[in-house]
Design a protein around this ligand. Sequence first.
Ligand code: ZN
Length: 301
Amino acid sequence: MLAEPGPACGRFAPSPTGPLHFGSLIAALGSFLEARAQHGQWRVRIEDVDVPRTAPGAADAILRTLESYGLLWDGDVWFQSQRTERYQAALEALSRAGRLYPCTCTRRELAGCQRGADGSPLYPGNCRAGPRQPGRPHAFRLQVGDACLTFQDAVQGERHQRLASAVGDFVLRRADGWFTYQLAVVVDDADQGVTEIIRGADLLDSTPRQLYLQRLLGLPTPRYGHLPIAVDARGDKLSKQTHAPPLDDQNPGPALWQALRFLGQCPPDDLLKAPPAEILDWALTHWRLNRVRAIVAHAAK
Ligand SMILES: [Zn+2]
């Protein structure tokens, strides 16, 4: 007998490196609507696993912005910085399975390497047979072998990635002791019961690594959909680095309305100045992920 599918659960997982901007609103809104339109839960997780990069006060500011935009989450907010025991347990499981090796290569030593899908060095395997510099602090890398991952993205369509040529053996714990995003996100999504991951297409290249980790750790694989990325007038992705202006907590209506337009939904003009709850009510009734898919398909032509 087939088990009943569990209730949908989506999530928004910002890094607390600065205030939310229009690009973050698109990911928050898309994940919120996709989960809530299925009467599912929507969770918020602060991805502060890279503690040295976090900005003081940014997490609080992010949560205040979500509240003022009417994007109210279920349950407690999770903080990755409080979950290192879970990441350590996953690391140990992979180590017992013989999938990890210590790597002593420094960033500088890898600077001349070919670049992978996400622009970081494609690891040439220097330490696969044993650390090059025993005694140095070491990272832990995951052997990817010849794994080729295929998945059906709910927005972007079918995607493939051969890990060895796209990203290489990747780091799960850095030499300074911090766990990496790829490991933390997989453990957290499973522990939070997340079934729907709707996020920006800048993470599309990370998804196969996450699928691979889920497979090795025996975790369920959620459904993925990667939304188009908002860019500025120069064509650069909106981000703190490109000085994207922060969202206005005092006047959320126009940005919410614009974010719906960006996602291919067609909010009526008279909603432009409506309170966020009214805009979200409309959006929940009319939300169609298909419309985002149509924009992506059109742009690819
Ligand atoms: Zn190495």
